[in-house]
Write a protein that binds this ligand. Structure first.
Ligand code: GRF
Length: 202
């Protein structure tokens, strides 16, 4: 299956997907890495690995307008799925609708806990025993779609935000590659999932 990855920065999850895709039996390939920030570090890595890249700043463009440009690039690359990987921009409902059931996101918390930003800080402040990461289907609501997989990560005594984030990131890289592989191998987008996606959109 052909996958486009959207990033905004470092792109370590994108790199994890890209390297996972090099295994002979991996069911997905990365056909495009697109960024809404031309300075996103991940673009350099993707290009060096021979993957097509597209970068354009969203500044000065309406959300739906920018998303139409990204959508056109994704289609031109022949992608059937979209993987958000540290893409720090809300997507228009139109874009989300076009990729219904075919767009995944990784989020550094055990959803439904801690949607949005500062997840590690919030988990530490709450005194949770575990933080972690989740891969979910993208719906119009931020970090809200059906969860496809999660990895809990133990919080250690004396943990800092950075230390916790670094450990969760290791788990993210494993989880995203595994869940994406499982997801694209399904025969079709299961009606049960689409029903859940639609229910949340209402
Ligand atoms: C990851 O922690 C991801 O879960 C979050 O933003 C971070 C992106 O990191 N949404 P990277 O760009 O994949 O290295």
């Amino acid at each position: 299956a052909k996958v486009a990855v959207l990033i905004s920065g470092r792109g370590s999850n994108m790199a994890a997907l890209l390297y996972a895709a090099k295994a002979a039996d991996c069911p997905f390939e990365i056909v495009l890495v697109a960024a809404n920030d031309p300075g996103a570090a991940g673009l350099v890595l993707a290009a060096a690995e021979g993957v097509a890249t597209f970068a354009m700043s969203h500044k000065g463009l309406k959300r739906a307008e920018f998303d139409r440009i990204i959508d056109a690039e994704i289609r031109k690359a022949g992608a059937e799925y979209v993987a958000l990987a540290g893409y720090m921009r809300l997507l228009s409902p139109e874009f989300v609708g076009k990729w219904e059931g075919r767009m995944l996101n990784i989020h550094p918390s055990l959803l439904p806990k801690y949607k949005g930003l500062d997840t590690h800080k919030r988990a530490l402040e709450a005194g949770d025993s575990h933080a972690g990461c989740s891969v979910h289907i993208v719906t119009a609501e931020l970090d809200d779609g059906p969860v496809l997989g999660q990895t809990p990560v133990a919080i250690l005594p004396g943990d800092t935000e950075d230390a916790l984030a670094a450990r969760i990131l290791i788990a993210e890289h494993q989880l995203y590659s595994r869940v994406l592989a499982e997801y694209v191998q399904r025969d079709s987008q299961p009606e049960a999932i689409l029903a859940q996606v639609r229910e949340r959109a209402m």
